[in-house]
Design a protein around this ligand. Structure first.
Ligand code: ZN
Length: 138
């Protein structure tokens, strides 16, 4: 798997209120197209397409959720970037083989019916990286 097969799928932004944050981005001309709760991550998500990519707003639904901890520690802001890959298992095996630390050794259910996996935060030099199986776009 070549890294050039990666495409920017979305940018994840941690917010304390999706309704408030959607108001901000809609005032900037974006439109929300999808909202759902992702049980595996304990978040409510909303997607707003922009160009070839999307913003993903993340509001925690439990006080123990990773996004709740992020908000408590760092406040609202950019939480992760997500690359779409055609073969997620292959990408994870490739990255593992090259020494990358992974949060998820195999795919977990993510937003949008996609299978996803996160790299360990220490692997991204300060950027939390999510991989999502599929092609980019809404
Ligand atoms: Zn995401």
């Amino acid at each position: 798997m070549s890294v050039s097969a990666f495409r920017l799928d979305h940018i994840g932004i941690a917010v304390s209120s999706i309704d408030q944050a959607v108001g901000l981005y809609e005032a900037l001309g974006l439109k929300e197209t999808r909202r759902e709760i992702v049980e595996s991550q304990e978040v409510r998500t909303a997607f707003l397409p922009i160009g070839d990519t999307r913003l993903e707003l993340l509001e925690p639904v439990g006080s123990d959720s990773p996004v709740a901890k992020f908000l408590a520690k760092r406040g609202p802001g950019i939480h992760h970037i997500c690359f779409a890959v055609p073969d997620l298992e292959g990408a994870l095996a490739d990255l593992r083989g090259r020494g990358f630390r992974l949060v998820h050794q195999s795919p977990v259910p993510g937003a949008d019916g996609r299978r996803v996996a996160f790299l360990h935060p220490s692997a991204g030099q300060g950027v939390l990286i999510e991989l999502s199986e599929g092609t980019s776009g809404s």
